[in-house]
Design a protein around this ligand. Structure first.
Ligand SMILES: Nc1ncnc2c1ncn2[C@@H]1O[C@H](COP(=O)(O)OP(=O)(O)O)[C@@H](O)[C@H]1O
Ligand SMILES: [Mg+2]
Length: 311
């Protein structure tokens, strides 16, 4: 039976079609990504799955049962990390976790033990007894994630958990996602950062304007664009004969000289990078920088919508 199934989901706010007829399935044990720009409808979808807002129409089934109309176990099994931080700034990290634990019906030594485990997972040991208003943005985010983990949910929903934080906290959160998944938690992860979706997700739905415009594995999505890999070689000195020499290498579809830079492209041209470098150097060329760009989800989005994922 499908773990979570979203079928023909619509949500209107007045005349705004926030979610405009989307369907997808999340399998038990995967990290499922909803990728899209601001306003795509990601948070609205997440709110409906969290039963915080009723859909205008459509169904959401958890283990085969409608989450709004049938008796089901979604609530006990769901952890939600909202896009906006939900913490009490004047309480300590520990007190916040204690509060949320009580909300889930946890108490006593069981809760105390679980707060210890969660503190370890989110990497706030040593700081958990400090007031939250002393925390950095990244620490608040991590505590916010911790609050959603106390009751050991089977399904964790994370809404853009890395927006506006330092790179160290961001990396910590990404690794936490993978570790929780390795331990068996199914995760729905929303983002407008394509590299996060690429790094984390087994399957991805790309959303725009309330609709799913493409879905599949990262490889399937990238396969939608006949993407070419591009290599830029910066040379110490321009050599107008170099592009022609490089074009004779099998796998190089084009090579053009622009000032002191040669732009090379081909479907998998990175495979022959060492040959390219050898050809340049054996003709006396000296390379000062190399940049390799493989097709990515950003290009998939551009290809499908004609606009950039990030504004
Ligand atoms: N409570 C609301 N009232 C009115 N409009 C809303 C509300 N929530 C979201 N919207 C609108 O719905 C669209 C989708 O928003 P949202 O789901 O927050 O997108 P995302 O999370 O992908 O940025 C946007 O146009 C947004 O302004
Ligand atoms: Mg959002």
């Amino acid at each position: 039976m499908t773990f979570l199934k979203v079928e023909n989901l619509y949500k209107n706010f007045g005349s705004t079609k926030a979610v405009d007829g989307i369907s997808f399935e999340v399998n038990r044990g995967e990290v499922f990504g909803l990728l899209g720009p601001n306003g795509a409808g990601k948070s609205t979808t997440i709110s409906a799955i969290s039963t915080l807002i009723p859909p205008t129409s459509g169904e959401i089934l958890f283990e085969g049962r409608n989450i709004f109309t049938e008796e089901n176990s979604l609530r006990q099994n769901l952890g939600v990390v909202p896009q906006d931080i939900a913490l009490y700034p004047t309480l300590t990290g520990y007190e916040n976790l204690n509060f949320w634990g009580n909300m889930y019906g946890l108490k006593g030594s069981g809760l105390k033990k679980r707060i210890g485990e969660v503190t370890e997972i989110i990497g706030l040991n040593g700081r958990i007894k400090e007031r939250v208003d002393k925390y950095s943005g990244g620490m608040k985010r991590r505590l916010n994630i911790g609050a959603a983990l106390l009751h050991n949910p089977k399904l964790l929903v994370m809404d853009e958990p890395t927006v506006g934080i330092d790179p160290q906290s961001r990396n910590h959160i990404l690794d936490t996602v993978l570790e929780l998944n390795r331990q068996g938690t199914t995760i729905i992860y929303t983002s407008h950062y394509m590299e996060e979706a690429e790094y984390l997700c087994s399957r991805i739905c790309i959303m725009d304007q309330g609709r799913i415009i493409a879905s599949g594995t990262k490889e399937q999505l990238i396969g939608l664009v006949k993407g070419k890999t591009r290599i830029s070689l910066r040379l110490d000195k321009a050599d107008k004969d170099m592009p022609e020499r490089l074009r004779s290498i099998k796998g190089v579809a084009s090579a053009e000289l622009m000032k002191d830079e040669i732009d090379i492209s081909g479907e998998n041209v990175d495979i022959v990078l060492s040959e390219i470098i050898a050809r340049v150097t054996e003709h006396g060329g000296r390379i000062s920088s190399i940049d390799v760009r493989k097709p990515n989800l950003e290009e998939v989005f551009l290809h499908l919508t004609g606009k950039a994922l990030r504004d």
